[in-house]
Every structure is written in structure tokens, then in C-alpha cells.
Design a protein. Structure first.
Ligand code: ZN
Length: 392
């Protein structure tokens, strides 16, 4: 049985398109094999996708059997969409095409986030300007807003705790609906990190926890290849799990002493300053943690043990096959060693023995990458593509 057949695919146009999207340069015969369709049927459906401007042929692939096959890929020119990143100090607008290629990016780190309504208007205006600067159509198919905040699901309303004072209860969707008719997606950063990491896993249906370690500690969860937000959007909020340690920095959550308030980069910075070390930024925290400073190393190891204990509890609940750690603190070697050590010590061995633990290789751009994948998942869903082909 083929992988596609195992997945229960019926190989509609939309499903074939999805296969092309997720398998770079796949050939017609490979599609036929994956979907269990006759080569003529698969080829005819691919031709329809090409005629509708959704797929393009890409040169000739070397074939093991002697014959040369034409590869297929998504036609980037089929459309474009916008991404808006709302995060303290790293606001950005971006234009991406349907192949996932970034057409233009514009960082706006100095844009004020003090008033959410004004900030969203300015960010959308910057996005419109950026879209117009790229040759081609001025139309965008949707806007994906990546926001450093808890996001209520399915309303898309921002909620505390969040590092955006004054944004609690703000509806990004309602705000942008006054400016555009296109669909608006709103997602928290940790969820987007998880979506980006999903594509880094060789098999397509991972159970994955993407833990983000920085000024706040977040986690995005993917179950069987699909993002899991929970009933109200609060799934993965491990940063607000109670821990047995003294709170170092305040948090607006209800836990008396949460992981964020004891082991985040903000908390570590305060502890380092108390120890007489000079710390101005997360980069300083990482540098001191990686240095020969005995006090600094002990502080980051203690934080790593607290983080590891919380992750171990979450692993026992979720049983992921992938644990990915990202964010600026992931570069702090003794902290990550402590996390890994406690996870392996405290989570059930049935959970950890086959689980793959790694530090993300996607860098600071990972949430924006995830935003692009999230928008494409929405715009190019099987249902949408089948609808386009049915109307053609
Ligand atoms: Zn908290």
C-alpha cells in the first residue's frame, strides 16, 4: 500500500496538489505511485493543475531507470500573501508567494506598539507599500499575523499573559477587517515555530513539541502533523506551569511561581545581576552562561533543570516523537545540557527512548517561516484547490 493510500487519500486534484507542494520536484510517475492512480489519470490531473496556473514543470530530473522525468512544483506566481510580525522590538512585514518564496521583507523595530489599533494600521500600511514595491499584482490572498501573545482560539483575540501591555482583549482580525477584505489569520509565535519545525521532520505526521526559550517560555504542539491549539488556544503554555522555585520576575498569570517568572531569560538576567554580573540583554545571558563564570553557569543550569522538569511533565502527557528547542536561550550550552539531562531523567523512558531531541536549526526567522507555511496550508488546502478546479 502506498503512503498516500495509507493516509486515506483519494487523490483528487487538491490532494495531488498537496503532494506536489510537500514533495519538491516530484514527477508524474511518482505521483501515480504515491496515490495508486493510473499514470494517465495522475498525469491528466497534473495537466489540469498546470492549465490553472497552480503548478509548473521544472526541468528534467535524473531518472534511475534511464528515462528522464519532468519535476513538478507549485507555481509561485499563482498568488502572494502578506505576513505581519508583532513582537516587541522585532516588528516586520513580509510578502511571500505561493511557492513559499519571500518576495520582500521590511523590518520595523522602532514602530511603537503602545496603541494596538494605531500599530496595526501602521503595520498594514507598511505591508501595502511593500506589496506595491514588488513587481506583479498588488493583490494579496490573505494576511497572516504572527503575534507574541496568547491568542484565544478561534476568535483570534489577544489575551494575557503576553509581553504586549495594552493588547489584552484586542481583536487583530476586527482591526484589519476595517482595512482589508482578505482573510486574516492570527497565530502565536510558538505555534508558528511548531508549524515550521513540522516540515523539518522526514515523516509528514510527527507528534512534536517545539519549546521556545527566551524572555518568555512557550511551546507549540503538533499532533499527527496538525497544529494543536486546545479548546481555547492556550495549549502549550508551559511557561505558566507552577514550579517549586522562588519567583524572580513578575508574571500576570495566576500561578504563584511559574516557569516564566523563575527560568526565562528575564529571570536569569535578574539572578545574574544579583550575583554581581553585568547583563543588559538575552545575548549577555547566553554569553555569560557559556563562559567560565561559575556563578553564571550555576544560574543557567538551575534554570535548565526547572525548564527540563516542566518539559518532562509535558512529555509524559503528550508523548511526542520530536522535541525541538529554539529561541535565544537554546544557544546556552549548559542550560540545554541541563534541560536534556532532566528530560531524560524525569520523563518515562517509554516516552524518551525513541524521542528525537534537537536544538532548532531554523534560526531567528523560524516563526516567520511558520507563518508562511500556515498561510499556505490555509490558501492551498485540498478543499480550496478542489474548489478552484471544480469552477474551472
Ligand atoms: Zn506566568
Amino acid at each position: 500500500m502506498t503512503k498516500a493510500a495509507r493516509a486515506g487519500l483519494t487523490a483528487s486534484h487538491g490532494e495531488i496538489f498537496n503532494l506536489i507542494r510537500l514533495t519538491p520536484n516530484i514527477s508524474r510517475s511518482e505521483i501515480a505511485r504515491e496515490t495508486a492512480l493510473a499514470l494517465s489519470t495522475a498525469s491528466s490531473r497534473v495537466d489540469s493543475l498546470i492549465q490553472n496556473g497552480l503548478v509548473v514543470e521544472v526541468g528534467q530530473l535524473e531518472s534511475r531507470g534511464g528515462r528522464r522525468a519532468i519535476g513538478l512544483t507549485v507555481n509561485g506566481a499563482a498568488g502572494r500573501f502578506g505576513i505581519i510580525l508583532v513582537a516587541p522590538g522585532s516588528q516586520q512585514v513580509r510578502v511571500v508567494d505561493f511557492s513559499g518564496a519571500v518576495l520582500a521583507s521590511h523590518p520595523l523595530p522602532n514602530l511603537s506598539l503602545g496603541n494596538p489599533e494605531i500599530a496595526m494600521k501602521e503595520l498594514f500600511s507598511e505591508l501595502v507599500t511593500l506589496v506595491a514595491s514588488v513587481p506583479g499584482t498588488d493583490e494579496i490572498a490573505c494576511v497572516c499575523v504572527a503575534v507574541d501573545s496568547l491568542v484565544e482560539y478561534p476568535t483570534g483575540t489577544l489575551m494575557t499573559p503576553a509581553p504586549l501591555p495594552g493588547w489584552h482583549g484586542f481583536s487583530v482580525r476586527a482591526s484589519l477587517a476595517q482595512l482589508t477584505d482578505v482573510p486574516v489569520l492570527v497565530e502565536k509565535l510558538a505555534n508558528l515555530e511548531a508549524i515550521a519545525e513540522r516540515l523539518e521532520v522526514p515523516h509528514r505526521t510527527p507528534d512534536l513539541m517545539a519549546v521556545v526559550l527566551g524572555d518568555h517560555i512557550g511551546c507549540g504542539i503538533v499532533i499527527k502533523g496538525e497544529l494543536y491549539r486546545g479548546a481555547f488556544g492556550a495549549a502549550g503554555e508551559i511557561g505558566h506551569s507552577s514550579v517549586l522555585a522562588e519567583s524572580v520576575v513578575p508574571c500576570t498569570c495566576s500561578a504563584p511561581s511559574c516557569l516564566d517568572s523563575t527560568a526565562s531569560a528575564r529571570a536569569i538576567a535578574v539572578l545574574m545581576r544579583r550575583a554581581g554580573l553585568s547583563v543588559d540583554s538575552v545575548a549577555d545571558v547566553v554569553e555569560i552562561g557559556n563562559s567560565n563564570s561559575i556563578e553564571g553557569s550555576e544560574i543557567v543550569r538551575t534554570a535548565g533543570r526547572l525548564i527540563g522538569g516542566t518539559i518532562a511533565n509535558a512529555i509524559n502527557l503528550i508523548n511526542p516523537d520530536q522535541l525541538v528547542i529554539s529561541g535565544p536561550l537554546s544557544e546556552c550550552v549548559p542550560l540545554i545540557r541541563a534541560v536534556r539531562s532532566v528530560v531524560l531523567e524525569q520523563a518515562l523512558s517509554l516516552n524518551t527512548s525513541q524521542m528525537h531531541i534537537r536544538v532548532s536549526g531554523l534560526g531567528a526567522d523560524s516563526a516567520l517561516r511558520g507563518a508562511a507555511v500556515s498561510a499556505l496550508d490555509f490558501l492551498l488546502s485540498v478543499e480550496r484547490i478542489d474548489g478552484i478546479l471544480a469552477d474551472s
